[in-house]
Structure formats: C-alpha cells, structure tokens
Write a protein that binds this ligand. Structure first.
Ligand SMILES: [Zn+2]
Length: 438
C-alpha cells in the first residue's frame, strides 16, 4: 500500500496508549492525516519517507494552558508576584496587543511551540479570532475562544459585545479552518467574572456546545480576593454556576483546599499544571501526585511568555517531575512515563480529544514528533521516558507532524518563513509599524 508518509527505523516509538506500549526499531505509516499502521511498516511505500534512526518518536506534546500572543510581552514583568505581573502586563497590552499584535504574537508563539515539539495548545487571549488565524497559519492545533471579564479589558469590549462574539464564534472558527479543535468559552477567572456572568457563560456554552477554560486558585491572594469580592472560593463559585464539569479545564489550581479538590474530582474537570509559571511568580507548588491519586486528570502547560518567559514543554516536563518529588519528599513520587503521559494523552483528555489525539494508535490523527537522540546528552539511551524528561531539550525536536502534515522539517517550519515571523513581531513591538489600535 502507498501512503502519504512513512516514518521508519525509530529507535523507540512511545505510543502512550492505554497499554503503555513501547516499540523498538519500529515505524509509523500515515495517510490522509491519520495513523494507519505502527510497528513493522516494511510492506508500505510512501510519497515521503522519514528516517528516524536513533530517534524517539512520540505523540506531539499538548500545552494545556498558555497565552500564545504574549510572546510579544516576553520579559516585561520580572521579579513581581501575580498581582504585580498583571498590572504591568495590562498596561503594555493596551499599547501593542490589538488584533494585529495578537495575530503576530500568536504566529511567533505557535512557531516556538511547534519547534519545541508542542502540536496542540489550549490558548487564551483577547481577539481570539486574530490569535487563531495566526496560530493555524503556522500549523498548530490551536484551541481558543472568547474571553470574558466583567469590565472592558484591553480589547475594550463591553459584556454585550463578548456575547455577540460568542454567537459568531463557531462560524469564525470554521472559516479559519486548520486542524480540528473543540469550541471554547473562557471566563478569565471567578475573581473578575461575577457569579451572574458565570451562569450566563454556562448557558452560552450549552447553546453552542463549547468547553470551558478558566484560571482557578493560582495563589493565596487570588483566593482571598475572590472570597472578598464574591463571598466564596473560585472552585465553589464555578460549581454553583454550573461551570464545573468534564467540559472544564482549570488552569493552575495551586492553592486548592480539600473541598475544592473533592469538588473538582467529583465533577470530572481537568487541571492544567504550570510549574514554570508557578515557581517564577512564587505562587506555590501544586500537588500533581495528590491530584492524580484523587482521580483528577492533570495536563501540563507553560502559561504565557510574560510569566514563564517561554513555551518550552520539555522544561515543563522536568519541572513537573522534580517539583512533584520535592512536594512529597519522595524520589519515587512519580515516574518519567507518567510525566510524558501528562503532556500527551492526559492533555488530550483535558481537551475532550482523547479519541483523536494524545497517543500513537491506528485510526488517530497523526500528531507525532521525532526527537533526535543521536546527541551526547542522550547517550547512552536507556529508558526513553527518563531521557525525555531529565536529559532532552526542545532543540532535540527534529520533525513535527500535525494531523499528518509535516509542519517542522529538520528543525525549520514548512508553512511560514521563520525570519519573517520574527521580524514582523519585532517591528510591531518596536512600533515601527505604528501603534496597534486596529
Ligand atoms: Zn494563564
């Protein structure tokens, strides 16, 4: 049989399937965007042959919480806590993050993500249409949706305009195209979206069949401010407005109490763990192992570049693993394979997409990355999961496929000109093309 793409001779294929299958000296056949065979692929011929000798092949990483356009704000808010960070960021957003800045920042962010082995991102930003257009152009599987605040945010939208955008959102996403993603609505957090508005978002989400993404209990002050403003903790406010269920991904959840944890586990909501951002903003140490033991699905994220400064999921793998061990004072608290699963199949579950992506299985969409292990820091190569979590880096990612399309080939993007993406972003930040108030 002739197929579109044949990946051959991989040292390891980490399928991340239910049985935790790991294949050695194996291949993958991809046709029409999907995986059609795994293992021995000698019987296939292909239009495009990829030699994966000395490489580790695994599902594309899933960044379950980020703000891609904030690449343009990298490095502007250093040595401040969450509240100080938000003050500085919001001022700069008003200056450069109109639709054009959002588009350019999303392109740069999507490029950084893909080069780092991330094939899917759950993104949150204003001007979601501009962000989606930018990220899809580069080839990322990009989930985003209208963001909600009680007050006009840097995008200047009133509440009624946010609702209007929600009604047109399904057709906007369809018009932009790109790899399949679910629809999302994104109340920023129960702190700045009041309970009445949360209920309204719940009704809207049911109307257009959207999933929910929000920030929850990132630090102690956020919890205290939420109680002061609305009389309850963020998780309880979400539950009472009908927003806490299996459609929902909660970013951070660093400072949950026992009631919050039980409510999230009972609801089947997922959590996006962002150790890089949490450590840098000194928000606290999330209990990855404890949440997993309670049956909560936990994926991994980078958060935005203005807090964690990059979109490097390999750094997140290592931080998540080491932080979990430190929290439990136990070097066996979590294994490297479970950390890789958190960034692949568990992230897919968080998106409600575990039937389509997150593992290498026949019939699934081909979101696959090839990591070059023929480098000194991955030699000798024993356990591939340990190598990925504790020794590999994002620059080891050589090739990236999203829905069967090769979007990174030998460390370069195939759909955009890398220099043009960087130069357009730089020019915009420096104001060489005028203020972005468009
Ligand atoms: Zn965030």
């Amino acid at each position: 049989m002739n197929v579109d793409t044949l990946i051959k001779n991989a040292r390891f294929v980490l399928t991340c399937d239910e049985q935790r299958t790991v294949l050695e000296q194996a291949g993958i056949a991809i046709n029409d965007g999907r995986i059609v065979a795994i293992g021995n692929v000698d019987g296939f011929t292909a239009t495009r042959m990829i030699d994966a000798t000395d490489c580790i092949v695994l599902p594309g990483l899933i960044n379950l919480h980020t703000h891609l356009p904030m690449t343009l704000l990298r490095g502007i808010a250093e040595n401040v806590d969450l509240q100080g960070f938000l003050e500085r960021v919001w001022a700069e957003e008003a200056r450069i993050m109109g639709p054009k800045g959002t588009y350019l920042g999303a392109r740069l962010g999507a490029l950084e993500a893909l080069l780092s082995g991330t094939t899917t991102a759950l993104d949150m930003y204003f001007h979601p249409e501009a962000a989606h257009r930018g990220a899809v152009e580069v080839g990322l599987r990009h989930a985003i949706g209208p963001v909600f605040f009680d007050f006009p945010g840097p995008d200047g939208l009133e509440w009624s305009e946010r609702i209007e955008l929600t009604h047109s959102w399904p057709s906007l996403v369809e018009a932009i195209g790109g790899p399949h993603v679910p629809l999302y609505l994104m109340p920023h957090s129960p702190l700045i979206v009041n309970p009445e508005h949360l209920q309204q978002i719940n009704e809207l989400a049911r109307e257009i069949d959207a999933r929910i993404n929000t920030h929850t209990s990132e630090n102690d002050k956020e919890n205290a401010d939420t109680i002061a403003a609305h009389g309850d903790r963020p998780t309880a406010l979400l539950r009472d407005s009908g927003l806490l269920d299996e459609r929902t991904t909660l970013a951070h959840c660093v400072r949950l109490n026992d009631d919050d944890r039980v409510a999230i586990a009972d609801a089947g909501a997922s959590i996006a763990h962002n150790p890089g951002s949490n450590l840098k903003l000194a928000s606290g140490a999330m209990d990855l192992v404890g949440y997993r033991e309670q049956g909560i699905t936990v994926g991994l994220g980078t958060d935005g570049c203005s807090s964690s400064n990059d979109l490097d999921m390999f750094a997140v793998l290592r931080l998540a693993a080491n932080l979990a061990r430190l929290v439990h004072h136990d070097p066996a608290a979590i294994g490297a394979e479970d950390i890789v699963r958190a960034a692949t199949i568990d992230g897919a579950s968080g998106l409600g997409m575990a039937d389509r992506i997150g593992s290498i299985e026949v019939g699934k969409e081909a979101d696959v990355i090839i990591v070059d292990a023929s480098v000194p820091h991955l030699t000798p190569l024993r356990d591939p999961f340990t190598a990925l979590v504790y020794a590999a880096g994002r620059s080891d990612v050589r090739d990236v496929f999203v829905a069967g399309e090769q979007v990174i080939a030998d460390r370069l993007p195939t759909k955009v000109d890398q220099r043009e993406v960087m130069e357009a972003a730089r020019a915009h930040v420096e104001g060489r093309h005028g203020e972005d108030k468009s």
